[in-house]
Design a protein around this ligand. Structure first.
Ligand code: CTP
Length: 434
């Protein structure tokens, strides 16, 4: 019996896939199809696969061409599989010519002609093109512009800024003169303006039927944020808070491990984010850092707490440091944030059975450790993080628009609490100046 194996993502299964599988089957008597796991795809740079692993497996199964379906989960698995399943022929499409020649040591390698004119990427791209407008003055928007090119289904078609010199040439071409003009041109907006402007800009966008991805904090007042979410719900539109860390795979897994009880009951969450940036001209370090530091606190411990806020201003009267101590019913938390002081930017989550340590800069996390009393039980977790997370943020936004609901690690409750902290800091509530 001749055994054949082939691998692929098979997202939005198309006739190019089916033709390949038919020919793969014809090469032998028994066909094994390896379908790539979501994490494996991410690690090799395929970030916006539309269907889940189960959906893709079901679609492959429905072709009736597979004698067996397996999941491809790790680099180097092909050699293991070829040995394990006693494979005679490994085959893939001609887009991979030469790439798998190293497998010739283990079995025959056959490259089949790829079907011209169709691919999953093209189908994803055609499904729906979301026209995105950028709003703000920070050079950070250049990053968003370049990261958007990695994401199928979204195109930047507008830019509203009063700081055109900071934008790169390509992005400048999209410039419009007013917010009204921008809203007419796009399906969605990415807001990175001063936090004071968010509320009105989000509201106008929603009133005009546009989806919103807004840099955190959504607004500077809890009631305003609540109102925004209610309006979005009423209009069936998406409002998503843009905290890059929330969309990083490592952060996502960290939360799942905590929810799964890996370090027992959580007693303390401590997050530090600081920087010494010169020439900051857009918004204060507090707005920039506090939402990120607050994210693990509220996502892990919820929203019933008492707090004390300690703030320090420099001689010019600028806020350069804020520490907030939280007391929950059975846990505590603290954040230290600032632009103008420097500290170790780590995240430590302490539990009754062990702790999670995310080294600095934890907000760009691609790695963390779970540490126990017995060192031998410690475990390290590594994940891919491309484009500082902006890419994943955009993918999540595209998906949310497609599905009509948000699937992120920033719950509406967390967004509300972040706005509440902004509001209390502004009003000086529970605040001590040091
Ligand atoms: N394939 C093919 N002809 C096509 C598209 C894919 O023969 N038009 C083959 C690939 O060479 C591979 C298998 O189908 O052997 C699975 O490919 P996959 O990467 O899942 O599909 P693509 O459409 O190439 O996906 P993407 O656009 O995301 O790269």
């Amino acid at each position: 019996m001749t055994k054949v194996i082939t691998y692929g993502t098979y997202d939005l299964l198309h006739y190019g896939h089916i033709r390949l599988l038919e020919r793969a089957k014809a090469l032998g008597d028994y066909l094994i199809i390896g379908v790539t796991a979501d994490d494996f795809d991410k690690a090799r740079g395929k970030i916006n696969v539309q269907q889940s692993l189960m959906e893709r497996i079901e679609a492959v199964k429905a072709t009736g061409l597979a004698d067996e379906i397996i999941v491809e989960e790790y680099e180097g698995q092909k050699i293991d599989d070829i040995r394990k399943y006693d494979i005679d022929i490994f085959t893939v499409g001609s887009d991979w010519v030469g790439k798998f020649d190293y497998l010739k040591e283990y079995c025959n390698v056959v490259y089949l002609d790829r079907t011209e004119g169709i691919s999953s990427s093209e189908i994803r791209e055609e499904k729906r093109q979301i026209k995105l407008g950028l709003v703000g003055d920070a050079s950070f928007l250049n990053k968003v512009y370049s990261e958007a090119s990695f994401v199928n289904g979204i195109h930047i078609t507008g830019l509203l800024t009063s700081n055109i010199e900071r934008m790169n040439e390509q992005l400048r071409l999209n410039r419009v003169n007013s917010y009204e003009e921008l809203l007419q041109k796009v399906d969605a907006v990415y807001i990175r303006s001063l936090p004071e402007l968010h509320y009105q800009q989000i509201k106008d966008a929603l009133e005009n039927g546009k989806n919103v991805l807004c840099e955190s904090p959504i607004t500077l007042c809890q009631d305003d944020t609540k109102e925004i979410f209610m309006l979005a719900k009423k209009k069936n539109l998406i409002v998503m808070e843009a905290i890059k860390t929330a969309y990083a795979t490592a952060f996502d897994r960290l939360l799942l491990l905590i929810k799964g009880g890996k370090i027992g009951k959580i007693i303390s969450v401590d997050a530090t984010c600081t920087s010494l940036k010169k020439n900051r001209t857009d918004w204060s370090g507090f707005y920039e850092w506090a939402p990120t530091a607050l994210l693990p606190v509220f996502e892990i411990l919820g929203k019933n707490y008492k707090k004390k806020i300690y703030r320090h201003k420099n001689e010019e009267g600028n806020d350069i440091f804020t520490k907030i101590d939280f007391q929950f019913e059975h846990a505590v938390a603290s954040i230290k944030v600032g632009d103008g002081i420097k500290s170790e930017g780590e995240l430590v989550i302490s539990g009754t059975e062990g702790y999670i340590y995310v080294p600095a800069p934890w907000w760009k996390t691609d790695y963390f450790e779970i540490r126990y009393e017995n060192e031998e039980d410690n475990k390290r977790y590594f994940y891919q993080l491309d484009g500082e997370g902006i890419r994943y943020e955009l993918v999540t936004f595209v998906r949310a628009i497609g599905r009509g609901r948000c699937l992120t690690n920033i719950s509406n409750e967390t967004s509300n609490e972040i706005s509440k902290i902004m509001e209390d800091c502004k009003k000086g509530k529970d605040t001590f100046l040091i």
